[in-house]
Design a protein around this ligand. Sequence first.
Ligand SMILES: Nc1nc2c(c(=O)[nH]1)N[C@H]1C(S)=C(S)[C@@H](COP(=O)(O)O)O[C@H]1N2
Ligand SMILES: [Mo]
Length: 302
Amino acid sequence: MRRFRPGDVAASEITPESVYLNRRDFLKAMGIVAAAAAFPRLALAKSPFDAADAPTPFEDITHYNNYYEFGTDKTDPAANAGAFKTRPWTVVIDGECRKPKTYGIDDLIKLYPPEERIYRHRCVEAWSMVMPWTGFPLGPVLKRVEPTAKAKYVAFTSLLDPKQMPGQGTSVLEWPYVEGLRIDEAMHPLAFLVTGLYGKPLPNQDGAPLRLAVPWKYGFKSIKAIVHIKLVEKQPPTTWNVAAPNEYGFYSNVNPDVDHPRWSQAKERRIGELFKRATLPFNGYAEQVAGLYKGMDLRANF
Ligand SMILES: Nc1nc2c(c(=O)[nH]1)N[C@H]1C(S)=C(S)[C@@H](COP(=O)(O)O)O[C@H]1N2
Ligand SMILES: [Mo]
């Protein structure tokens, strides 16, 4: 497996500030600034949840990926996902709810004013990045289908299409990729549906046209290429838990005190930085989310 080294990226390719400072131009080009102006309440101001950390360069966010549908090496998704078709794309939201809905992706996007969230992303492999996502919170999307009292969990499913996703022709994981959240986690304002990166449409290798971001959990919870969101009564299966239940739990909250059985989770390597940094409980979002787990044993519920 190719290991990323900071020297891998030529200085000329590192343009985070110029890309980032131009984001309003990108957004304008996409009509997003105009859309936001129509909803002044929700203009693209900094979110109270934004990480103060500097965003990771676009080049790294799009060339150091985990997306096993397109291969297991970090460089495979950028190499293999280019021709992936993200239109037309249908998202079904159903299960324990009164008003199940089926959306074309662009109709779903039109329903919610775009927001930007600068989120830390911590992979279980002990590296991290900082993502300037655009998208909208998951909670209002779920509320719109009117969950019933039986809706205790939310189950997410990625596209199953072995013709387009070569990794699905292998048994490296069970397909399609599935993930889940408890309903209160899914309703938390930090739980975010992502449709863009650096103010541009989401690159295929990062999960276009729709992926989840749950920044207080290990990266594998942030499922890509979502086609189905189902409200369910029982805790749903999740791909990495099925693959290795002793290594990957359902909760997967970032926890420096609970090691992965094969390595420590106490530190992380921020892509682009030389020295490791301490990993923070709940990936630095403890103030916002620790209350969701009050009274739970986070070693048993890892
Ligand atoms: N469908 C699907 N979603 C997925 C994965 C995957 O293999 N397939 N990998 C997960 C893992 S382990 C991580 S760390 C993040 C990586 O997101 P990024 O490539 O945008 O950084 O996507 C998650 N979502
Ligand atoms: Mo990951």
